[in-house]
Design a protein around this ligand. Structure first.
Ligand code: CTP
Ligand code: CA
Length: 231
């Protein structure tokens, strides 16, 4: 069966997609955040729903509307994102971590707004590391089951030590996930853009570059790969 011209090849599958960027608060009005718009994650949720999946979207500070027919859970911090994703992943066939979780959070939260002392010293913000959700999902998978299928995203730049793909391969190995969607951001980032150019890196070592395309097309190519591996 086809709907919107798409195969219904995710019918009966439960998938979890995270989207957006987390925020870590310093005080009631200030946070550390990042520029993730959530667009690629929304496109993934939309594409999966159009292909028949039951979709849970865990949205971190996404200001855009969620696609119709998708269960949306809103979160703010990396800790909240972790709790929501881990819970939803327990019954999922596939999890795609398209969100950009803050790697660190302030060690202390000030209950009252931090005040500037005119002429005084600038404050120093001490940070502590956040949990790595993707790595935790992989670790907590029943050994040998390979379920759920776990995909991550990585924005990388080449440098004097390694190319984008080399950095990405190392990250894929470190995280232990099944698929890494790699963004080459050497030529400037694509935050908020409508299209995307990625390389699909799978755990079996294959690196498949996709032509620059709308985020909806990139989303469908990602699901094509996942559907294939779900068998
Ligand atoms: N990720 C995660 N939990 C974190 C950080 C990242 O689940 N605390 C996930 C992201 O959603 C993404 C993947 O891990 O799918 C790779 O994120 P990235 O920031 O590239 O990886 P890091 O291990 O944080 O490495 P880096 O030092 O390059 O930021
Ligand atoms: Ca990171």
């Amino acid at each position: 069966r086809f709907l919107d011209g798409r195969p219904q090849d995710l019918t009966g599958r439960r998938v979890v997609v995270s989207a957006g960027g987390t925020r870590e608060f310093l005080d009631p009005v200030r946070f550390l955040g990042n520029r993730s718009s959530g667009r690629q994650g929304l496109a993934l949720a939309q594409a999966a729903a159009a292909r028949g999946a039951e979709v849970t979207l865990v949205a971190a500070n996404v200001s855009l509307p969620a696609p119709a027919g998708v269960e949306r859970i809103d979160v703010v911090t990396t800790a909240e994102l972790r709790d929501a994703v881990v819970k939803a992943a327990a019954t999922a066939d596939a999890v795609v971590m398209a969100a950009a979780p803050a790697d660190f959070r302030p060690a202390n939260y000030a209950d009252a707004k931090i005040k500037k002392v005119p002429g005084g010293d600038a404050p120093t913000i001490e940070l502590v590391e956040n949990p790595d959700i993707l790595a935790e999902l992989v670790r907590s998978r029943p050994s040998g089951s390979g379920e759920p299928f776990i995909a991550g995203f990585a924005a990388e730049t080449g440098d004097e030590n390694a190319t984008v793909v080399e950095h990405a391969r190392a990250k894929l190995a470190r995280k232990g996930c099944d698929l890494l969607v790699v963004n080459d951001v050497s030529a400037g980032a694509v935050f908020g853009a409508d299209d995307n150019e990625v390389i699909l890196l799978t755990a079996d070592g294959e690196a498949r570059p996709l032509a620059r395309a709308a985020k909806s097309e990139v989303a469908n190519a990602i699901w094509d790969t996942i559907v294939q591996r779900l068998g």
